[in-house]
Design a protein around this ligand. Structure first.
Ligand code: GAL
Length: 740
């Protein structure tokens, strides 16, 4: 070979080596200004998309939309209880295919922030912890406790190793540039004192020791030990500074809206306010912002936490539950991201010079090496202002920030929305009318041959281990024929004290009432008159969990289920039933027979015909078959005519449904700035959640099995399957912020 060809080859070889080495070893570091990718300071825009809250066939399009919306990073929690349903049995398939999700992010050219937790909060069942973890001997969650730390380390290590094996950390050429350990531990740490401190130091050391080559963050933890970066979560984060001058200012949860609970209001956060909050954070020197959520998605199955978190986790996010773009939220933020990116060089190269332009008005100017970017802000919530900056006049709407990437021209103002508004449209499908079969859940024989009996009331989770929402408590009460109420006196009343979350009472096979807790007050008391006869009476209490708590001090010790039962108004007075013999049945008969699945459905005789659908008998199973509607629009079941229960398609659970009505107050008014809703803003006087997402990928072309379990009774004839789409209408300019 000639020398010249050899040297050409060598040049080629080294070029390839150089290019690929850049791909293979990307260094992620940080300084006081920002995260650095390969030595370059960056302003990064990120959005949360939780992989199990959508289906794998949706991931690519969600990430693509995020990219088109101006995002650089996708953030997700890791959901331990989804991945390890029983000790040592792992699930990384389907919606839990974490590697595939991260690879999708990589394929679309975005970075990832892997928030391993493993405590995640997230309105997710048990905050992400597997329920079996509670039963590890001697365990105490999220504190300096050896069994807990051992388990937490084991899972964290497993996830890190899995990512390493697939070369998914940026240090290996992958997309993961950040990881999180724990979640919002600050308040816990303060309450626990020394043990909290020891635990968080251990957690930081353990995580850093895993040697991922990318920085770790801890959100809402002022004491995050070096080199872990403490970050902010909130509706606003402009008052936040990291705990060391050499750490960057990062915002891991900019709440784009809020979650919903059954019976609660639907929260909307105006995009003007969100954009204002983000611009205000950036002008202060913030270098990373993550929208929580960018796409909220769906709490399929029994993954919703709370209790009482709805199946929908829409969150009023820029991409809605169904994967459709929500406008003007998405578009206005996209413009904001574009404006911020035009300022990136100036933002990372200098600290802002802040000057006052009036009582409520400021200029933040970043200038270095010829680049200059300015943010002009008006903090007054009601009055617009005309300010002078660099000898020019600028009009600033109330509660707004203008962005000037060249210190002269305004390219964006947070309060001026130029994007059209999206409106959801619902189209009927040919599967509008289902032909229903029904099957009654057997209540009268409950407890007769129960294998589990006890003298007294058992705690629900200890019995079910959360394998089902339902636990039946049954007992028998002997009534003497001499009782005066049997001769026309006042009926006795039954009192049931429950630690949560919902209850249906059956006396001698007859439904006699229900009672429910709330997310804040899980416990409640049922009181109601009961029909008793002389002799043995059968009392059956269905205690129902509606998602396990995901937040609160040592929530693993909180009780669920029935804690006291009394009969009042007998001749002898009050009769305490708590200490007599009770029989227990975990789950429904229909669940045990697997009626929800295509295999189990044929094991029983279903009542067919038009009468079936009208069955007002509570606790009924319904089944119907339908063909997949044409097209590719997202699908939803309209459950308005039903009460409360769970619904399955081809054996997979869509989630819990409940037509609990949104009440008149705002529930969780958490916006601290200009936007303070005091009344129910939207969906008021209607069920909090009427529509339930049916993922297209769960359907086959023909004969899909739809099964529901209804606890309260309803009119199944009026259930329908609809296609969802959006249309766009022009936005009327709002001079004031606050309207959306
Ligand atoms: C945060 C928490 C998130 C989520 C959010 C509310 O405090 O870190 O996991 O629960 O609140 O949606």
């Amino acid at each position: 070979m000639e020398t010249s060809s050899v040297s050409k080859l060598l040049v080629l070889f080294f070029t390839v080596l150089f290019v690929s080495s850049k791909l293979i070893h990307c260094t992620i570091t940080y300084d006081k200004k920002s995260i650095l990718i390969d030595g370059q300071r960056r302003i990064l825009i990120s959005g949360s998309i939780h992989y199990p809250r959508s289906t794998p066939d949706m991931w690519e399009s969600l990430v693509q939309k995020a990219k088109d919306g101006g995002l650089d990073v996708i953030d997700t929690y890791v959901f331990w209880n989804g991945h390890e349903p029983s000790p040592g049995n792992y699930d990384f398939e389907g919606r839990y295919d974490l590697v595939r999700f991260i690879k999708t992010v990589q394929k679309m050219g975005l970075y990832a922030n892997l928030r391993i937790g493993p405590y995640v909060c997230a309105e997710w069942n048990f905050g992400g912890f597997p329920v079996w973890l509670k039963y590890v001997p001697g365990i105490s969650f999220r504190t300096d406790n050896e069994p807990f730390k051992r388990a937490m380390q084991g899972f964290t290590q497993k996830i890190v190793q899995m990512m390493k094996n697939e070369k998914l950390f940026a240090s290996q050429g992958g997309p993961i540039i950040l990881s999180q350990i724990e979640n919002e531990y600050g308040p816990e740490s303060k309450a626990l004192g020394t043990a909290g401190h020891a635990y968080i130091n251990w957690a930081a050391k353990m995580a850093v020791g895993l040697d991922t080559g990318v920085p770790w963050v801890m959100c809402k933890e002022d004491d995050a030990p070096d080199p872990v970066i403490n970050t902010c979560n909130g509706f606003y984060c402009d008052a936040f500074s990291p705990n060391k001058p050499y750490k960057p200012t990062l915002w891991t949860e900019a709440w784009s809206g809020w979650f919903t609970e059954f019976g609660g209001a639907i929260h909307r956060r105006p995009v003007q306010d969100l954009a204002f909050a983000v611009a205000r954070f950036i002008q202060k020197g913030g270098a990373y912002i993550n929208y929580y959520m960018y796409h909220g998605g769906t709490n399929f199955g029994r993954t919703a936490g709370g209790p009482f978190i709805t199946t929908s986790y829409d969150y009023d996010a820029p991409i809605d539950e169904y994967g459709l773009i929500r406008q003007p939220k998405y578009g206005h933020l996209k413009e904001l991201h574009g404006a911020i990116k035009l300022c990136e060089h100036a933002l990372v190269s200098s600290d802002p010079t802040v000057t006052s332009l009036g009582t409520y008005h400021q200029a933040h100017v970043f200038s270095s090496n010829g680049s200059c970017a300015a943010f002009l802000s008006n903090y007054h919530t009601k009055s617009a202002a005309r300010v002078i900056f660099n000898d020019r006049h600028y009009n600033l709407p109330p509660w707004s920030i203008s962005i000037l990437p060249d210190c002269r021209n305004v390219v964006f103002n947070t309060a001026k929305v130029r994007v059209k508004i999206s409106h959801t449209q619902l189209f009927p499908t040919s599967s509008m009318m289902f032909s229903w079969g029904t099957y009654d859940e057997d209540i009268s024989s409950l407890g007769l041959r129960s294998r589990l009996t006890a003298q007294g009331l058992l705690e629900q989770m200890n019995v079910t281990r959360d394998t089902s929402d339902y636990l039946w408590y049954t007992t028998s009460v002997d009534i003497s024929p001499s009782e005066s109420f049997l001769r026309g006196g006042q009926k006795p009343t039954l009192n049931v004290d429950s630690a949560g979350h919902a209850l249906h009472v059956y006396i001698n096979g007859q439904f006699s009432g229900s009672a429910f807790g709330t997310r804040k007050d899980r416990g409640f008391t049922f009181t109601g008159p009961v029909n008793l006869h002389a002799g043995a009476n059968h009392i059956a209490l269905a205690s129902i969990s509606v998602g396990l708590p995901n937040v609160g001090r040592h929530y693993e010790t909180w009780k669920t289920g029935i804690v006291g039962v009394f009969l009042n108004g007998l001749d002898q007075g009050k009769k305490d039933l708590a200490w007599q013999k009770w029989s227990y049945q975990v789950g429904l008969k229909g669940e045990a027979m697997n009626l929800v699945s295509p295999d189990g459905v044929s094991s029983v005789e279903w009542m067919q015909g038009s009468l079936a659908a009208q069955s007002q008998q509570s606790m009924t199973w319904y089944k119907a078959y339908f063909d997949a509607p044409e097209g590719n629009e997202p699908l939803a079941l309209d459950m308005r005519s039903m009460g409360k229960g769970q619904v399955w398609i081809n054996g997979q659970s869509l989630g819990r449904y409940w037509m609990a009505y949104a009440n008149g107050d705002c529930g969780t008014c958490r916006y601290l700035g200009t936007f303070r809703p005091t009344k129910c803003q939207s969906g008021c006087g209607h069920p909090t959640q009427r529509w339930y997402h049916v993922p297209r990928s769960w359907l086959k072309p023909k004969q899909n099995l739809l099964v529901l379990f209804e606890e309260l009774g309803g009119d199944a004839k009026r259930i329908s399957l609809v296609k969802r789409s959006v249309s766009y209408k022009s936005h009327r300019h709002h001079r004031k912020s606050g309207g959306n």
